[in-house]
Unconditional design. Structure first.
Length: 189
């Protein structure tokens, strides 16, 4: 199919029109819908997952190490190494408040100031999850406050070692890889 050019010379994508959205499942952190769409003149059914949003933190200690959390992820059936993060407690919760809370809950450290680093959608093909990512410095020891079903181990990592995990394909969590790469670009030596 030939795409037409708009006045700026960019390709125009044929229109997709949502005809219907039906809720199929409500879980503890997401809702799954079936969308009926008209795409390229054909009716199709697409999955859509709604997520209320989340926040994450690149936590940097006084020696420049990044605090990472290692935890079991059921979808992958293995442990992953990630930056501290969590979902909003309510759809309208400010993401920076969520970030302060998750930093302390998961790492046992808090801070007085978070600096905005970036925002991202995690999986645009079928999910609207949107995460704001912040940088925390001048960490203050506090206490981990995990959910009853959470098992999280905090680890200190050098930035260059985390970059090696990304480039070798051993670290694959989208928010974590994006955050570490953005942090390295902005603050790396």
């Amino acid at each position: 199919m030939m795409e037409e050019k708009n006045k700026e010379g960019q390709n125009q994508i044929p229109a997709v029109i949502r005809l219907d959205r039906q809720l199929k499942y409500t879980g503890t952190i997401l809702k799954i819908y079936e969308d009926t769409v008209m795409a390229n003149g054909h009716e199709a059914h697409w999955d859509f997952i709604h997520h209320d949003g989340a926040a994450a933190v690149v936590a940097v200690d006084d020696e420049g190490y990044l605090l990472m959390v290692r935890q079991y992820r059921n979808a992958l059936d293995r442990e992953t190494l990630e930056i501290p993060a969590g979902k909003l407690d309510a759809p309208g919760e400010p993401k920076i408040e969520c970030a302060y809370r998750e930093l302390e809950e998961e790492t046992g450290y808090r801070c007085e100031h978070l600096e905005y680093l970036m925002s991202m959608n995690t999986t645009v093909a079928f999910c609207d999850e949107f995460i704001d990512i912040f940088v925390a410095r001048n960490l203050i020891p506090s206490k981990q406050n995990l959910d009853e079903d959470e098992v999280i181990h905090v680890e200190r990592w050098k930035l260059e070692d985390l970059l090696e995990l990304i480039y070798s394909g051993k670290m694959t969590d989208a928010k974590t890889t994006a955050a570490i790469l953005a942090y390295a670009r902005k603050y790396g030596k």
